[in-house]
Design a protein around this ligand. Structure first.
Ligand SMILES: Cc1cc2nc3c(=O)[nH]c(=O)nc-3n(C[C@H](O)[C@H](O)[C@H](O)COP(=O)(O)O)c2cc1C
Length: 327
């Protein structure tokens, strides 16, 4: 009888704890939703930072286009007009001189230079660039494979600076090399060493294409990827309500470590967002047979690169611009 009472007490306590966690989780996600609605650039394009991010996103599409493996001249006409309009509107509201917006102009200039002999006129772009003669065209590095990986055993500053996403894949990734790269990525830290991340390797062109159709960010190069890595985080490792972001914080740390590890192993990869609609997330879980308890964090397209290829410049902000000292 005593044993029965003890068991009942334990069950009741567990039920009370679960109800408390559920209440706290709902409150926490409501708090996140409010913060998102108040802060997300997509909802506040009138703010300077959000308008700038929209421009960066639009110029990166063109920058990527300049370095794509199967690039055809005349690409991205709509994207060019869109970017010109965004920059015009930004400068009318906030003035000129912003470093990232200037880089967007430099990317447009590079696009125009590439189309120097293109027979179709580009009056809108030409008029836009004529008003900004002081901006030089943005260079997109052209690299040889051996140089791309040459800093493999260099000190960390050189190694880190040499890592870039690569959208050029020419040959299959040897299974053993990929396994070694994943093993090295396991050095990533995780909260209480709970090691939330799981790695799914797709080695089938049909599955790859169906996943990429759900992802939507691989046009022009996804079809060349030999393997695709899907990094998930097991929500079972989340121990209390306030850890609601832990799948993504631990997942992000793991993915960065994996990127360095792939680079060290001579494997080219392109990080791919997993910012998809709920129905696409659900479809991907079903497609790959991934348990619902695993949150998909990130997708990586991988392959061995060709002998030479282009890399998108992707310049960084100055660290001083992003650092605030609280003293
Ligand atoms: C979270 C995340 C999502 C990304 N999604 C895509 C994507 O869907 N398609 C793509 O071509 N590149 C994608 N990228 C690659 C970025 O464009 C690239 O990392 C960035 O421009 C910096 O360049 P770097 O990695 O060469 O330094 C993504 C990168 C990150 C970190």
């Amino acid at each position: 009888m005593k044993e029965f009472a003890r068991k009942l007490k334990r069950r009741l306590e567990a039920a009370v704890a679960r109800a408390k966690t559920r209440r706290e989780a709902k409150a926490a996600f409501r708090y996140d939703l409010k913060q998102f609605l108040e802060g997300a650039g997509a909802l506040h394009l009138d703010r300077m930072a959000a308008a700038r991010s929209e421009i960066v996103m639009a110029y990166h599409v063109v920058e990527k286009g300049l370095t794509m493996p199967h690039r055809r001249l005349g690409f991205g006409k709509g994207a060019i007009v869109h970017l010109v309009n965004l920059i015009d509107a930004f400068e009318r509201r906030f003035g000129s001189g912003d470093a990232q917006v200037r880089h967007a102009v430099a990317v447009l200039k590079a696009y125009r230079e590439l189309h120097r002999d293109w027979p179709e006129p580009m009056p809108k772009l030409d008029a836009f660039l004529a008003k900004r003669p002081d901006v030089a065209a943005a260079a997109q590095p052209h690299v040889r494979r051996e140089d791309f990986f040459a800093q493999r055993d260099a000190a960390f500053p050189s190694f880190a600076a040499s890592r870039h996403v690569c959208r050029h894949f020419a040959a299959p990734v040897p299974r053993k090399t990929l396994e070694d790269a994943i093993a090295l990525a396991m050095t990533a830290p995780s909260a209480c060493n709970r090691q939330h991340c799981r790695v799914h390797v797709i080695d089938d062109a049909g599955l790859r294409d169906r996943l990429f159709a759900l992802q939507g960010g691989t046009r022009g190069f996804g079809q060349d990827a030999d393997k695709v890595i899907v990094v998930t985080a097991d929500l079972s490792a989340v121990c209390w309500a306030w850890e609601r972001h832990d799948a993504y914080t631990n997942g992000g740390i793991f993915v960065m470590n994996l990127c360095y590890s792939l680079h060290w192993h001579g494997i080219a990869c392109c990080i791919l967002h997993w910012s998809v609609a709920p129905e696409n997330d659900r479809a991907a879980h079903e497609l790959l047979g991934i348990a619902r308890s695993e949150a998909i964090v990130q997708v990586l397209a991988c392959g061995m690169p060709p002998e030479e290829f282009d890399v998108a410049g992707s310049p960084r902000l100055d660290a001083k611009e992003v650092t605030t000292w609280h003293r």
